[in-house]
Design a protein around this ligand. Structure first.
Ligand SMILES: Cc1cc2nc3c(=O)[nH]c(=O)nc-3n(C[C@H](O)[C@H](O)[C@H](O)COP(=O)(O)OP(=O)(O)OC[C@H]3O[C@@H](n4cnc5c(N)ncnc54)[C@H](O)[C@@H]3O)c2cc1C
Length: 459
């Protein structure tokens, strides 16, 4: 296949698809972006679908590549730490970084998506087509199968880059053709979004933040957990993570109120629309997609999966979008390195990214236990204080897992190895310290003995 007969199709105008379209357009390529939804700038966002996102170093680096970093940060609220809401005890603020300076950023998903779509549309060579649902790919014939407003159509596409989300139609279509291992692991937990409006908010006045806007709020409750991120309109979007069967059990407004007043009393007081939100907002699923390979080479087209379509992860490290953005940067970079050879670039893309996305998938699952169980414990607090003290004294040689994931662009796969090495050094240091202390104590114990010996000699 030569570059001339390659029509490039990007499926999905979400966060990753829109960013990738912009990057490829800037490279001088002709790209068509197909999005299932109508234009969100006209139709508005869907109800209860992760209204805000925490964007950190990786996401910001990617936005920087298309000149959107500063615009995004201007519309973001920095969160410098976690605010823990234990049941029956006072609030506990835990800074994310040792110096307390670093923050993750609460950003409206809809606004970010719209900014990215705007950037894509403004890029010469990029065409964005809304209300186009891709139903599958025919890699032998080099065709994209679509359901548009006028019914089913097919379009030629030599390169298909599928960023159509966790339940990707393209991935399903490839898996149906065989040769792709498509595993989806669902948590028994689902999630539901709820709202804390601004204090004293009226239709004309957003009021004031009802909680500290400089923190990501967490209500750790063992098998359940609620988090809240601030929005620019001074509200907070809360996400309750809970086993799906428990959501179903709260089937009346009275049960919902009673449950929240018992388990989340401080939040319940701030949620006037709680029972309405609970009744009407959907329960979302939490899935880890483990699929391989991500690239299919057919006679007529090459198809590659990216973002959630390739590796959706659970949201407990706030990294899904950050990671999807990294995919786009990598595809664009590798295409440049390969001199426009798609087959070579996409082969290297999947080889290099898989270990990284596996690593963040595992860390995200592990962080669920940390957030819902450990963050409230005194042992965790002590460990975090010790880690921050080490970070301050080690001039960057010791960094916590959270810092490495959220405040650096170190490849995810290197992070567990680095943490192991750091822990070994700390353990060796502690062991060495304990041995030295033991030796010192022995010397001290022996000295009076010697003195006694001397005295005996003297007597
Ligand atoms: C509750 C929750 C909280 C989260 N919080 C964070 C966070 O704080 N930080 C973070 O980094 N990540 C977070 N994430 C993860 C993040 O939302 C995803 O990783 C990210 O949106 C992935 O981007 P994407 O472009 O791959 O997929 P999506 O954003 O899902 O975009 C897919 C796009 O494809 C379109 N599409 C779907 N099917 C088709 C089709 N057949 N044809 C054409 N178009 C189609 C969709 O309409 C959509 O526009 C969270 C996720 C959840 C569920």
């Amino acid at each position: 296949m030569t570059r001339d007969d390659e029509r490039i199709a990007i499926v999905g105008g979400g966060l990753a698809g829109a960013l990738l379209a912009t990057l490829l357009g800037r490279r001088g390529l002709e790209v068509t972006l197909y999005e299932r939804r109508p234009d969100p700038r006209i139709a508005g966002a869907e109800r209860g679908r992760s209204i805000n996102l925490a964007i950190s170093a990786r996401g910001l680096a990617a936005l920087d590549a298309v000149g959107l970093r500063d615009q995004a940060l201007k519309r973001a609220l920095p969160m410098h730490g976690r605010m823990i809401h234990p049941l029956g005890k006072g609030l506990d603020f835990q800074p994310y970084s040792a110096d307390g300076e670093r923050a993750i950023n609460s950003i409206s998903r809809a606004e970010l998506n719209q900014a990215l779509l705007g950037a894509a549309e403004a890029t010469p060579g990029v065409t964005v087509r809304f209300s186009q649902r891709v139903t599958g790919v025919d890699t032998a014939a080099g065709l994209l199968l679509l359901e548009g407003p006028d019914g089913p159509v097919t379009e030629r596409a030599g390169v298909v880059l599928a960023g159509d989300g966790a339940y990707s139609a393209v991935r399903r279509s490839l898996a149906a053709g065989g040769g792709i291992d498509d595993r989806q692991d669902f948590l028994e937990h689902g999630y539901k979004e709820l709202t804390i409006p601004g204090r004293g908010a009226t239709p004309d006045d957003p009021g004031d933040f009802a909680l500290d806007p400089d923190a990501l709020h967490i209500w750790p409750r063992g098998t359940a957990m609620m988090i809240a991120l601030p929005n620019l309109d001074r509200s907070f979007t809360c996400t309750l993570f809970w086993p799906k069967s428990d959501f179903e059990a709260l089937d009346t407004a009275a049960k919902v109120r009673a449950h929240f007043e018992t388990h989340y009393p401080d939040a319940a007081r701030l949620m006037p629309a709680l029972t309405d939100d609970f009744a009407h907002n959907p329960v979302g699923s939490l899935v880890t997609v483990r699929c391989w390979p991500w690239v299919r080479y057919g006679q007529g087209s090459i198809v590659a999966l990216l973002g959630d379509a390739a590796h959706a992860i659970v949201p407990f490290f706030g990294q899904g979008a950050n990671c999807a953005f990294e995919d786009c940067i990598e595809i664009d970079r590798l295409l440049g390195e390969a001199g426009g050879d798609w087959a070579g670039a996409l082969s290297r893309y999947q080889e290099q990214r898989k270990a990284n996305t596996d690593a963040i998938a595992a860390m995200a699952l592990d962080n669920f236990v940390e957030m819902r169980d450990r963050v409230g414990s005194p042992v965790y607090r002590l460990k975090q204080t010790a880690q921050h003290a080490l970070e301050r004294r080690s001039a960057g040689r010791y960094l916590s897992r959270y810092e490495l994931v959220s405040f650096t662009t170190m490849p995810y796969a290197q992070i567990p190895r680095r943490i192991r090495r750091q822990n070994q050094v700390v353990a060796a240091g502690l062991l060495g310290g304990a041995l030295l202390a033991g030796l010192a104590a022995r010397r001290l114990r022996r000295r009076p003995g010697r003195r006694r010996g001397c005295a005996r000699v003297g007597t």
